[in-house]
Design a protein around this ligand. Sequence first.
Ligand code: HEM
Length: 217
Amino acid sequence: MFFKKSIIALTGLFLCVFLVVHLSANCILLLPEDIARDAYNSYSTTLRESSFIKIIAYILYVSIIVHALYALLITLKNRKAKPQKYVLNHSKENSAWASKNMGILGTLILIFIIIHLANFWARIKLGLGEEVGMDAFGHKDVYEVTYSLFQNIYFVLFYTLISIPLALHLHHGLKSAFKTLGFYHKKGLQIIAKIALIYAVIMGVGFGIIPIIVYLK
Ligand code: HEM
């Protein structure tokens, strides 16, 4: 159990770092079009062509799978253990509620990631579905792909709504990860709780608002 929880914590922290990079890159979309198109497409090309980034990307895919799989195993185990234990211990009941909640939130995010990858990653990286055009510099026009997808209001709403469970999951997950990894210092945990809140709000608002701004641009 401890091994699985530590792996969930470590992969979760890695995914948190990925999201900071991913959100920063997606902020390019908010710049004026003449700068944004070239910057976004060049960034995306660098991601696909750099061997170093390719290794990081594989670690990312494995992290998503392992994080989701181990979280599922732990959630199922917690549910099985629930009937006897929680009649006696209310604090454990609360943590079981949070853990159950994390499972639902995590599942929503996983469904989002699958749909997201099918629309962006599979098309851009694997060449599946509608062909991706080229920009004036001969780079895949990922900017155009993103802008055309965010012309669909339902797609925009989906991204904006999913940012709520994403923020809740990140807020609880970030705090739990440090505790799981043995960080028990009281003052330190209070600071981590504040950082987790700020981080979750930035991620939620950032990922939620970019599709709306792109839609309205
Ligand atoms: C404003 C919202 C978002 C936009 C515009 C966006 C855009 C993109 C694009 C264009 C790619 C393909 C990059 C490429 O191969 O060149 C991508 C990949 C990816 N996105 Fe997003 N994304 C958004 C939100 C998210 C969120 C919220 C998550 C996770 C919860 C996420 C997870 C991923 C993952 C895991 C990949 C694959 C990374 C890789 O292979 O390099 N994205 N995204």
